[in-house]
Write a protein that binds this ligand. Sequence first.
Ligand SMILES: [Zn+2]
Length: 265
Amino acid sequence: MAGFSSAKKHHRTITPPTIYVHNGGMAETLVFDNFEVTIIRSPRRKTAAIKVDLTGVSVRVPQSLAQERIRELIAEKSDWVERKLEVSEQKRQAIATQEARRERLDNGSLILIQGRQIPLDLREDRQMSVAEESGQLIVRGPDAMRGEPEQLRALVEHWLYGRAVEELHFCVNVYKQKVGASPSLIQIKDYRARWGSCKPDGSIQLNWRLIHAPIHIMDYVVVHELCHLLEMNHSRRFWTEVERVDPQYQMKRQWLKDNGWRLTL
Ligand SMILES: [Zn+2]
């Protein structure tokens, strides 16, 4: 949320928590000692749900719930919110470090392939090629490539995409029998914020970055999307289908929520 960190500083000394309403637009905000909460009202909601992520704290509430009541609900959960914010902050810093490191793909850099850290081994060659051999990702090419990190990155990414296409198709073939549903089309996509999707035409879309994930996590995403061919929603019946094929799915789903952001080159 914009302005979160400055609000944190300015309001740190105010006790008890003070209510603050921005009436100018749709955003309604509660300010607490150490954080700010965006209120999102909805006529369809029956209960309140607090969410903490990289963008800040928000709460979804029934349309007419009194602001005082919302304040109480959040005050009761403030320890939990602060813990979650700390985790978010750690994630934010890790992502910043990751981005800073992004430019420096070089000999010895670790590439995450199916949950394993594989060292990059650059070798001089006239022809450019990439291959995984004896626990290393060997990139062959003219020495000049070392001075061209973007070209090296593009080469590795292209290879990873190809691996993803192969592994994901294989995985779909294995699980379509177990799920009992076959997609009309498998598309391997470059998604930023999702792992897969399923369309009413019976096609499924899978994120190529799943090639970074451990195999059992890739399995779960494939099973999840295949089960959408049976149930086009996240109903209890849908999750029952997922569980039938993948009894460990809850643990994997949680793993993806916690670690998905690490799955990148
Ligand atoms: Zn789904």
